[in-house]
Design a protein around this ligand. Structure first.
Ligand code: NAP
Length: 248
């Protein structure tokens, strides 16, 4: 009997959960617990860390999980590394549902950096309005570039003081191209710092930057161990041994 564990927290994970529920596959959806009101899922849901590699391996055994799908965000590297190690320890098959990264289009002005520290260092010396399109847990390095005026966007209002003063937008994506153009124009944004998340829900800011001729400091994805990968929900359903009504 199949019993799947979805490591979630992304739009792709929600699509997968819907398809798994539709197919009647026994599954548990897992949230990391970062957002205060995570979206409801049509599957039994658990919230919070497992307690590292051994905690996840114990959970897999205890819950008789037969398949693990890592559908976390491409920058949720710790969870993804833990999943590889825990599945190896428990002898349980793992697949990653991983959307393709964005690639440059004509008119893009990207400065690619390997991590957030390098991104902060890549900002210009002259003061500028900067849209930091990165999670709140990653903003600290920008305190070392205090000459800039930062716009941040979070799903929930910040609970703790930020490491520097900033204009904070509280909003949950996906965001439209029109909305991103208005946001960037009204704030006079001159630089964007983004992570190469890929997917449609977050790409409007990249398209808006291209249309406005703005430079984007693009943080590359973290290196992860070798693992089986799928780019679509359909591929994951096939891996689980189920057909889907989805086209792609
Ligand atoms: P992370 O740094 O890779 O993970 C830190 C720890 O959080 C993990 O070691 C694990 O704790 C716990 N964790 C993370 N995802 C979990 C999940 N789906 N279920 C149970 N525990 C989880 O991850 P993160 O970047 O903080 O992301 C946390 C969650 O937010 C993920 O579900 C991710 O998909 C979602 N998310 C992240 C981003 C992003 O930009 N990073 C963007 C959108 C959504 P233990 O070691 O105790 O098991």
């Amino acid at each position: 009997m199949t019993r799947a564990l979805i490591l979630g927290g992304t739009a792709d994970a929600s699509l997968l959960a819907a398809e798994i529920a539709r197919a009647g596959v026994d599954a548990v959806y897992s949230y990391g617990g970062r957002t205060r009101a995570p979206a409801d899922q049509p599957l039994p849901t658990r919230i919070g860390g497992f307690g590292g590699v051994s905690g996840l391996a114990d959970y897999i055994r205890r819950e008789a999980i037969t398949h693990v799908i890592d559908a976390t965000h491409p920058f949720a590297a710790e969870m993804s590394r833990n999943a590889v190690a825990a599945c190896a320890e428990a002898g349980t098959p793992l697949i990653a549902l991983e959307r393709a990264p964005w690639t440059r289009a004509t008119g893009d002005h990207w400065i690619e950096t390997r991590d957030v520290n390098a991104a902060a260092a890549a900002l210009p010396e002259a003061p500028a309005n900067v849209f930091l399109a990165i999670g709140r847990q990653h903003i600290a390095p920008f305190a070392s570039r205090p000459q800039h005026a930062y716009t941040l966007r979070f799903v929930d209002p910040p609970e703790a003081p930020l490491p520097f003063a900033a204009d904070v937008i509280v909003s949950r994506g996906p965001f439209t191209l029109e909305g991103e153009l208005v946001m960037m124009r009204t704030r006079g944004i001159a630089w964007i710092v983004a992570r190469n998340s890929g997917g449609e829900g977050a790409r409007a800011k990249i398209d808006a930057a291209r249309m406005l001729g703005l430079p984007v400091i693009m943080i590359s994805r973290p290196q992860l161990p070798e693992r089986l990968r799928a780019e679509s929900v359909t591929e994951v359903m096939q891996w689980l041994g189920h057909r889907t009504c989805l086209g792609a």
